[in-house]
Design a protein around this ligand. Structure first.
Ligand code: MG
Length: 451
């Protein structure tokens, strides 16, 4: 029997609260693209509550775009039994054990494995555990990761299915090398932040005047890259790319994003037709599952780069995309895969293959989360921001307690303890679906109109 340790906090996880939060973004066409014409940006949100004296909670969520959110919340609810009663000390000392227990639940694993709704639910819960760990450590998550021992970080990763491309020893070597000079980079990060690009100018539902105005403003605000949604109509895309290029000049990068709209041949023809406007990357040209298709597009559209990742299910698919030479830019997402632990594996894979990571963000709170992963990567893994930018979209941040701060086209490094995941209680109350203040009034209005 283990000797009782009087210094040990006996605190346990005592509640797992879930919330279905939806914002009515479809009314302004914010977030509209070729595959998602009417998104209501939503969060399936989870709060881990404990009986610890410090009162800290772990907050996490995953991002959906409307009606799928009730399915997503139900998936998080299905994980509750793994959490209740867990020691808070153990959870925070080793979130990897929670991650492995959740991924390994054999009855739920059948729904994937390691993909889709259940995997995203695991991501929300695992990220909530990391938020709690960082709050208890009194550090922003990026700092907790950057200060951690390389050996401990390696133990946080599930290397199953990865060792043909990345072994634990190789990961350890990368992390040890990443620590050299980390103090100086941490100082520089706190001084000037991490480079961002903006997608806010280029939603498909915006007219040319609005696009031009927002693109000019982005450059004036210090961004060196913008992104346009494409893929619905080629003539429209040619006109919009021309307008954007005229607005930003030759030196600002323009990325284009088709949101999986095309077959392979169409992706190649369409991207070539837009090549005259010097797009930096074509994002999600086709199905995120089509590894060989991405490789074919990449070969055909060079020097335009191929970017993907926001819908890539897990570390195994990322491994294959890298092995197949199918992408130039890896766009991990903080809340699509199984949380921080799996994203550590993905960051290490990208570092091994020397492919820059430019994370997907936007949605609800994805900017708040993913900045921590890129900042860790800069301080203590790859040590560079060269050709690396984090996506930025400028809405819904005011619903968060520690919203991202953009200064001169850079994400300012968060200093508050945690994963920046905590949403304001009044926002949760107002936008909970269907009973929150906003939606209750909205449903009442609609009933009156149809009566
Ligand atoms: Mg995208």
């Amino acid at each position: 029997m283990a000797t009782p340790n009087p210094a040990r906090d006996p605190a346990r996880v005592i509640a797992v609260d879930t919330h279905d939060i939806r914002f009515p973004t479809s009314r302004e066409l914010d977030g509209s693209d070729a595959m998602n014409p009417d998104p209501d940006y939503s969060a399936a949100y989870v709060v881990l509550r404990t009986d610890a004296a410090d009162g800290h909670e772990g907050h996490g969520f995953t991002f959906t775009i409307g009606r799928g959110n009730d399915v997503q919340v139900a998936a998080i609810d299905a994980l509750r039994g793994h959490l209740l009663g867990r020691s808070v000390d153990d959870l925070c000392a080793d979130p990897g054990t929670l991650s492995r227990d959740l991924v390994g639940d054999s009855q739920l694993r059948w729904l994937g494995p390691e993909k889709g709704v259940m995997h995203m639910a695991i991501g929300a819960v695992v990220n909530a555990a990391w938020d709690l760990a960082a709050k208890r450590a009194g550090k922003p998550l990026w700092r907790l990761l950057a200060d951690a021992e390389p050996e401990w970080l390696v133990r946080q990763i599930d290397f199953r299915y990865l060792t043909d491309a990345l072994t634990p020893d190789e990961a350890l070597t990368l992390l040890r090398r990443g620590r050299e000079g980390a103090d100086g980079r941490r100082t520089r990060l706190l001084e000037r932040g991490y480079p961002a690009y903006t997608t806010s100018a280029g939603w498909l539902g915006y007219d040319d005047d609005k696009l031009t105005r927002l693109a000019r403003r982005a450059v004036a605000d210090g961004f060196r890259q913008i992104k346009l949604k494409v893929g619905a109509d080629l003539d429209d895309d040619i006109r919009r790319c021309r307008a954007a290029r005229a607005a930003v000049g030759p030196d600002v990068r323009i990325a284009i994003d088709a949101n999986q709209r095309w077959d392979i041949g169409e992706a190649i023809r369409w991207t070539r037709a837009l090549a005259a406007f010097d797009p930096y990357w074509i994002e999600e040209p086709t199905s995120p599952d089509d590894i060989l298709g991405h490789a074919a597009v990449r070969e055909a559209v060079a020097p335009v780069k191929v970017a993907t990742g926001e819908h890539v299910h897990n570390r195994v698919v990322f491994k294959q995309l890298l092995q197949a030479g199918a992408l130039d830019i890896l766009q991990l997402d903080a809340a699509r895969v199984a949380g921080v632990n799996e994203n550590l594996a993905i960051l290490l894979l990208a570092a091994k293959f020397e492919v820059p990571v430019c994370p997907h963000a936007g949605g609800v709170g994805l900017c708040e989360l993913v900045q921590h992963l890129s900042m860790f990567d800069y301080v203590a893994l790859t040590g560079t921001t060269e050709d690396r930018v984090i996506e930025y979209v400028d809405h819904l941040h005011d619903h968060f307690v520690d919203p991202v701060v953009i200064r001169e086209g850079h994400y300012t490094a968060p200093t508050a303890p945690g994963f920046s995941a905590t949403m304001r209680p009044e926002s949760i109350a107002r936008y909970t679906y269907p009973g929150g203040g906003f939606w209750a009034a909205d449903l009442r209005d609609r009933e009156e109109q149809t009566a």
